[in-house]
Design a protein around this ligand. Structure first.
Ligand code: UDP
Length: 241
């Protein structure tokens, strides 16, 4: 691998990314493919923290739509991220990548508590840190968890893996005239309500100058190319940067 532009990255993987062609849960082939994408970057010495979502299993808003207390549903959603984190860890370790799961809610029999300095230490020692349970609070998303953790561990960039190759001004699946942005500012994302991350996550990144890259994790070598500095996907940043 060529010299990396980024030495420490936070990779956000959505729970839905783990479903593959399934309607629910985890398609075992998907974490394996993700591990293949991540391994060359990991082996080159780039420090990687992964925040994993839970939408393939449960989302608090779904529960609330069905009459459930929102905070209770969100706790279930956070538990879903822990299931995904353990699945990812298993796959990473089978692929020869040392990893630690750190959880924002206490679950010490199966995951370490999230401690910022310890997370950084793990990365420095060459372990992928898999961060589960988002922020540990209801009414948030794992995108906001990713923004928060990226700032906390001093990542150079938050890389959000998706199934589309960037940010568009309209839905490219339904609108053939949709235009892809190479780059876009946080304020434009917020004012145009572009589907990047929720507003809390974008505002946190904006206020802390944390660049966000939206890219397609399904392209062969896309993650590696992006870490090496190739223009992949869409970058969200402050204009004056
Ligand atoms: N969640 C939460 N607090 C957080 C992060 C997540 O309550 O800080 C809950 C929330 O219910 C959310 C679910 O966990 O819907 C799964 O996370 P998310 O929807 O962000 O997963 P993704 O869309 O990335 O798969």
């Amino acid at each position: 691998m060529a010299d990396a532009k980024y030495k420490r990255v936070l990779l956000k993987l959505s729970g839905e990314a783990l479903m593959g062609s399934q309607e629910f849960g985890i398609d075992p082939a998907v974490p394996k493919r993700l591990a293949d994408e991540i391994r060359p970057v990991f082996e080159s010495g780039v420090e990687i923290a992964v925040v994993i979502g839970g939408g393939n299993i449960f989302r608090g808003v779904q529960g609330a739509a069905g009459g459930m207390d929102r905070a209770q549903g969100d706790s279930m959603g956070m538990l879903a991220t822990v299931i995904n984190a353990l699945a990812l860890q298993d796959t990473f370790e089978q692929a020869g990548m040392d990893s630690r799961v750190m959880c924002a809610i206490s679950m010490r029999q199966i995951a370490e508590p999230y401690i910022r300095r310890r997370a950084i230490r793990h990365m420095e020692k060459g372990r992928i840190v898999i961060l589960a349970a988002g922020t540990g609070n209801p009414f948030f998303t794992t995108d906001t968890g990713a923004a928060l953790r990226a700032c906390e561990v001093n990542a150079q960039i938050l890389m959000k893996a998706t199934n589309v190759d960037g940010v568009y001004d309209a839905d490219p699946k339904t609108n053939p005239d949709a235009k892809k942005y190479d780059s876009v500012t946080y304020d434009e994302v917020l004012s145009k309500n572009l589907k990047v991350m929720d507003a809390a996550a974008i505002a946190l990144c904006r206020d802390n100058n944390m660049p966000v890259m939206i890219f397609d994790i399904n392209g062969d070598g896309n993650f590696q190319n992006a870490v090496e500095g190739a223009h992949v996907g869409t970058v969200v940043y402050n204009k004056e940067d």
